[in-house]
Design a protein around this ligand. Structure first.
Ligand SMILES: [Zn+2]
Ligand SMILES: [Zn+2]
Length: 569
């Protein structure tokens, strides 16, 4: 464990200790895996916990630090450990212990707090210099819906006050850009209407424009890259989900079935089974492969109420999903092309820093070892081909194939998971889809699942925060606003509006009877990329005065304006 992780992990114990002191009947659940400088602890409390309680807990954490307590390690026999945690009625710790098979159990003690842990920790609590509790969310014990809901309290530890301060600055900047706050002022979306239901979003007019512009762009570039689009329904018979394995392995994330004509139907949590069925509509030969089926497919997943977060985490969202059916020997080239497409698309939105992870073979897997080796090697080669670095998440692949995740870094250096490219050796077998190979025999294709933006909702949420409402010209819902200086300039303004509309631009004339300065201020607040000002001079010279978002000015006649705007798209 790195020293940063040790500090963070120790702070997590400090948090548990402070909660126990503040709320003595707290039941401790599990803590987080060490991850950079973030940590969390899951606890069960009778009391309703709110963010204002975090200050109280932080205060107690500071008090404990000031006592300069040491961490002590000791081992207990399994039975003794059970008695110890039974004494203080820590039922979740006992449950964890029951899953531990070894005879001896490692315990750490600090003051009168003790916990199950293998360590390592800092020596003394006074080594914790700075920390901050960040938020509370909720999760089911062991992620099982049948179990009780626990609070997950998350925080961060920092090696110095400077690190804490720069983090707080980042938080403040993130808050200013929070897409949920910008949603209504920019008429973008409404994702928290209780009458509609938790986690279900409506795109308001401006948000709907952004989404459709992105859809158009994606559609075009996918067609150019040899994809074919399909459409599939939002619900399907439960038998489909049994065949795909979702009902056995993914049920907890699905909406419950509804009964129609004595059959059960379920809202779709994924698009894969539909695309596989679409592939099966014909008998294919190796000459047809690869077949790339794409869909902007809306899926519904049950997410815990506590994790729903604006557009970033919804229960209904639309993926830019595709499934590629190919021969094993075609994997290399397909992966290379998918990454190339992902990078082209993400760069179009201005992102150029990425972090790539490969998740490799878990302990339980299907397919042959040889297949996995070749597949993992293909993933690495494809990433290196694009001069990207990658890290490996050993054993964290799905049991049916390894995958690549691409995270993008935004201008605040925050990482966002976007593209996923997943190899799949099993679904072709489960659905018994095949093609006729070169030797005239039936063979199962390999399936590559891939979503490049992830979902429109989440990606646009990221974009709103990245641009803080100032969308680039090609995405801006209102690209051009025409301001007339006085009433006598209305008809010329309207004629310019009509010309630009016919050229395909999103343009509005702002006719309110207000002073020009107020209209300009308004356009600035609305972050309109291009403002055209029409007065006597413009009409007599058949020109338009242009004001850009950065307040610089240009002047040109209408044909040059059209050419200028076209190169902005
Ligand atoms: Zn520990
Ligand atoms: Zn899929």
């Amino acid at each position: 464990m790195s020293s940063k992780n040790i500090l963070s992990h120790s702070c997590e114990h400090l948090l548990a200790y402070a909660i126990l002191n503040t709320y003595p009947h707290t039941l401790l659940g599990t803590d987080s895996k060490p991850h950079h400088n973030g940590f969390y602890y899951e606890v069960r409390l009778e009391k309703q916990l709110t963010t204002s309680d975090l200050t109280e807990i932080e205060k107690e954490m500071r008090r404990l630090i000031s006592l300069s307590l040491n961490f002590y390690h000791f081992d207990l026999r399994h039975k003794e450990a059970i008695s110890l945690f039974s004494l203080c009625k820590q039922i979740y710790k006992i449950e964890i212990l029951k899953d531990i098979k070894s005879n001896s159990v490692s315990i750490y003690k600090c003051g009168n707090y003790f916990d199950l842990c293998r360590g390592p920790h800092i020596k003394n609590l006074n080594q914790i210099k700075e920390f901050k509790l960040l938020n509370i969310s909720s999760s089911y014990w062991k992620s099982n819906k049948q179990n009780a809901i626990l609070y997950r309290i998350a925080g961060m530890a920092f090696p110095s006050i400077n690190d804490l301060n720069s983090y707080l600055k980042l938080l403040e900047e993130s808050k200013k850009r929070d897409h949920r706050n910008l949603a209504s002022s920019f008429d973008l979306f409404s994702a928290s209407n209780p009458l509609i239901g938790a986690g279900l979003n409506i795109w308001l007019p401006n948000g709907a424009i952004i989404r459709s512009v992105i859809e158009d762009y994606l559609k075009k570039i996918h067609l150019l890259n040899g994809y074919n689009f399909v459409y599939s329904p939002h619900i399907a018979s439960i038998d489909l989900w049994k065949t795909s394995g979702h009902w056995a392995y993914y049920k907890d994330s699905m909406y419950p079935p509804m009964c129609v004509d004595k059959s059960s139907y379920v809202l779709k949590p994924m698009n894969c089974p539909f695309h596989i069925t679409a592939f099966k509509a014909h008998q294919h030969s190796y000459r047809d492969l690869p077949i790339r089926l794409a869909e902007f497919g809306t899926v519904y997943r049950y997410e815990l109420p506590g994790v729903l977060h604006g557009l970033l985490r919804l229960r209904g969202f639309t993926q830019d999903d595709s499934h590629i059916f190919c021969e094993f020997s075609q994997i290399d080239l397909e992966l290379r092309n998918i990454i190339s497409l992902a990078l082209t698309i993400l760069k179009k939105f201005g992102f150029c820093k990425f972090e790539v992870t490969i998740s490799t073979r878990p302990d339980k897997y299907i397919g042959t070892l040889k297949q996995w080796e070749i597949a993992e090697d293909s993933l690495k080669k494809a990433i290196l081909y694009h001069n990207l670095k990658y890290s490996i998440d050993i054993g964290n692949g799905a049991f049916y194939g390894p995958k690549i995740d691409i995270k993008l870094k935004d201008s605040l250096n925050r990482l966002w998971q976007c593209s996923t490219i997943q190899l799949d050796f099993i679904n072709a077998l489960q659905f018994d889809i095949n093609f006729i190979n070169k030797h005239g025999k039936l063979e199962h294709p390999i399936i590559i699942h891939r979503a490049l933006l992830g979902s429109f909702e989440r990606f646009i949420g990221i974009l709103i925060e990245e641009y803080a409402g100032a969308f680039p010209f090609w995405l801006a819902p209102e690209q051009i606003r025409i301001l007339n200086i006085s009433e006598k300039h209305i008809s010329f303004s309207k004629s310019i509006e009509s010309i630009l509309k016919h050229e395909g631009f999103r343009v509005k004339t702002f006719l309110k009877n207000e002073p020009l300065s107020a209209k300009i201020r308004n356009a600035q607040t609305d972050k309109i990329p291009i403002v055209l000002i029409i007065g006597d001079k413009e009409i007599s010279e058949k020109q338009v005065a242009i004001r850009l978002r950065n307040s610089s000015h240009l002047s040109m006649e209408i044909n040059s304006l059209i050419a200028y705007l076209k190169q902005l798209e």
